[in-house]
Ligand binder design. Structure first.
Ligand code: XBP
Ligand code: MG
Length: 259
């Protein structure tokens, strides 16, 4: 259970998820790259949009491939060879999609990042995705802001919903959880952030709209922008957010009353 922040706590950092949060990457990005990798290696597998949505419950692309091959009966020694090869090919293909501009930032993400950077709030990333593409995406889709800390899935022992990516980010920031807020799109991400002791604002997307958001500190269906606000789906701490996730709102999550 999270503890209320100490009196005078203030927002020092925001830790963002990448896939589905900062960038709209899964349906027309990773999924497409996984399918092309299957084809390139001569495999018949193909993940349609609905199937891929179900497979997102397994975080980490290589684990996702391995689990898929296991459930269709591919022996372990063959999986041990195929899954890394498929994932390496998929990562190269995904980087090509990024370079082609096919992995866009979500609406409002750049606005929020610029506001936070301008106010001196430190920016970090905690993702289950791989280093092989994360920096590339951030350099293309983050509107030129720099992330001080970037923790990727291949440098932690346990992927989300385990909190390790978030606890590692906090260690590298040298901050307590009470000084930061996480921004996530999925139930796995929320569970990871909450287990790290972080307040968590959620920006749901098409794939995660049905996720369990119990325990989230704020739930919207996007970042929103002035003139184009997102829908506020839950505001348990009564921040008064009107559909634009901004610095003032995130500050209220750090200062939220205890449970
Ligand atoms: C993202 C993931 C990743 C991506 C694919 O989860 O689970 O596996 O789908 O990237 P989150 P990789 O947004 O919760 O971090 O293929 O590099 O794993
Ligand atoms: Mg995500």
């Amino acid at each position: 259970m999270r503890q209320p922040p100490p009196a005078g706590a203030r927002l020092r950092a925001v830790i963002f998820d990448v896939d589905g949060t900062l960038v709209d990457s899964e349906r027309h990005g990773h999924r497409v790259a996984f399918n092309q990798a299957f084809a390139d290696l001569g495999l018949p597998d193909h993940w349609d949009e609905d199937t891929y949505g179900d497979l997102l419950a397994v975080t980490g692309g290589q684990r996702r491939i391995d689990g898929w091959l296991a459930q269709r009966g591919v022996p372990e020694d063959e999986r041990a060879r195929l899954a890394p090869a498929l994932h390496a090919r998929k990562t190269a293909l995904f980087n090509e999609l990024v370079a082609a501009g096919r992995v866009p930032a979500r609406a409002g993400a750049g606005r929020l990042l610029a506001e936070l950077a301008g106010a001196g709030v430190r920016l970090a990333v905690a993702t289950t995705g791989s280093r092989g593409w994360v920096d590339h995406v951030l350099s293309r889709a983050a509107g030129g802001v720099a992330f001080e800390v970037v923790v990727t899935g291949d440098e932690v022992a346990e992927r989300k919903p385990d909190p390790e990516a978030f606890t590692t980010a906090l260690q590298r920031l040298d901050l307590p959880a009470s000084a930061a807020v996480a921004v996530e799109d999925s139930a796995n991400g929320l569970r990871a952030a909450a287990a790290a002791g972080l307040a968590c604002a959620m920006v749901l997307n098409g794939y995660t709209a049905g996720d369990d958001v119990a325990g989230a500190d704020l739930v919207l269906d996007g970042f929103g922008d002035p003139g184009q606000p997102a829908s506020v789906l839950a505001d348990p701490h009564r921040t008064g957010c009107t559909g634009v996730l901004d610095l003032a709102t995130l500050r209220k999550l750090v200062l939220r009353p205890g449970p």
